[in-house]
Write a protein that binds this ligand. Structure first.
Ligand SMILES: Nc1ncnc2c1ncn2[C@@H]1O[C@H](COP(=O)(O)OP(=O)(O)O)[C@@H](O)[C@H]1O
Ligand SMILES: [Mg+2]
Length: 365
């Protein structure tokens, strides 16, 4: 649970401290006062990145040359977190006076479920958005998976550089160097595919229950994971991977990039057995994503034996009133929720009982 957040030179804020309570915290304020930025600062502490800024430097307040976030936590691995970003020098994370050497050690220390209007890209955008979404989620829980992803990307980068060299020399053959890369890549790719599959299954189990308890009309939500390469055993995977690569090596060299493996995996989101991407309305996208987030929270709670905090940015925008009441009920039951809004009556309309005394309203002027 987060108890306090202080930001310095972060986005619109020169310096700002906010205190949070257990239960529901409503961050209230007009458009542009910095509500989303406060959630972004917490997200940064947990994921070492923004969920929207392509570069860390974008989060520095205009004309400043650093930003800092400091937060106090209870019931987490660390109780004090500081993140600094300095122009040209980069970022540094200090948790309980201990400097984190690897970004991989930061990720997962403060588990959270984050929802924002940007999530529309996950349901409506190209495959890379869904892969990125699941990769971020799994990385938060599994260090070995994160490590595999990091190694996989590094190997791919080198392999692609080698393909480029071959292409420039017009050498269209499977070199010993490519073989060496593929030998290293195969077991990593195999593990990535298996982990992705096992998490898709976990999500499906939770989605099934969540759909049942949210809708009376038998609506279903299912994730279909389609790996680019797959096999039952690591040895079989290696054979399939090798064959696919060797048979198409001309293509890879001409295009100068690796064409097989987890980077080409697909995730389909089905609502009532129909692909969401082609048929769903904005409201339906929003519900899908909200239930997916609740599934995230349940999976984190189960695997880490600790509940994540929920950061919900503009949750009620596009969320259909008819279906929101039960979803809101589930959210209200969470240990800690931070929710932004421009209008308290919007929360009431969506079924949130704001008279309850466990609601902490934080007004940002
Ligand atoms: N790096 C920055 N420096 C200064 N102001 C910024 C920076 N980035 C964004 N802003 C401003 O911060 C304001 C707050 O943004 P945001 O957190 O999205 O507000 P809200 O969610 O309350 O609508 C916006 O008006 C934006 O122009
Ligand atoms: Mg906002």
């Amino acid at each position: 649970m987060i108890k306090q957040l202080t930001v310095k030179n972060f986005r619109i804020f020169e310096e700002k401290t906010v205190d949070f309570q257990p239960g529901v915290n409503v961050i209230l304020g007009k458009n542009g006062v910095g509500k989303t930025s406060l959630l972004e600062a917490i997200y940064f502490t947990s994921f070492t990145k923004s969920f929207k800024a392509p570069q860390d430097v974008d989060m520095i307040k205009q004309d400043a040359d650093f930003f800092q976030t400091a937060s106090l936590w209870e019931g987490n691995k660390y109780s004090k977190a500081q993140a600094n970003y300095l122009k040209k020098k980069g970022k540094r994370f200090i948790f309980d006076d201990e400097t984190m050497i690897r970004m991989a050690d930061v990720i997962g220390s403060f588990p959270l479920v984050f929802q924002s209007p940007e999530d529309f890209r996950v349901t409506a955008g190209p495959s890379i958005e869904r892969r990125g979404y699941f990769d971020r989620f799994i990385s938060q829980i599994s260090q070995p998976y994160l490590q595999d992803l990091i190694t996989y990307r590094k190997l791919l980068k080198n392999r692609n550089a080698h393909l480029k060299q071959l292409s420039e020399k017009k050498e269209y053959r499977y070199t010993a160097q490519l073989e060496a890369y593929d030998e290293q890549l195969s077991p990593i790719m195999f593990r990535i595919v298996n982990t992705r599959r096992s998490y898709s299954e976990k999500f499906n189990k939770h989605l099934e229950e969540l759909y049942k308890s949210t809708f009376d009309n038998g609506s279903t939500g299912t994730i279909v994971y389609k790996p680019s390469l797959t096999a039952k055993t690591e040895a079989d995977f290696q054979i399939i991977h090798r064959e696919q690569t060797q048979n198409n090596i001309d293509k890879e060299i001409i295009l100068r990039r690796t064409l097989w493996g987890p980077n080409y995996d697909k995730y389909l989101f089905l609502r009532n057995d129909t692909p969401l991407i082609h048929y769903a309305s904005q409201g339906e996208h929003k519900i899908w994503m909200t239930l997916l987030k609740l599934a995230e929270g349940e999976i984190i709670t189960k695997l880490q034996k600790a509940e994540p905090i929920y950061l919900l940015d503009d949750l009620f925008a596009e969320l259909d009133l008819n279906n929101s009441k039960r979803i809101v009920q589930k959210i209200m039951d969470a240990k800690q929720v931070l929710i932004t809004t421009t209008d308290m009556s919007d929360l009431r309309r969506h079924g949130m009982d704001i008279s309850k005394n466990n609601i902490n309203v934080i007004e940002i002027a």
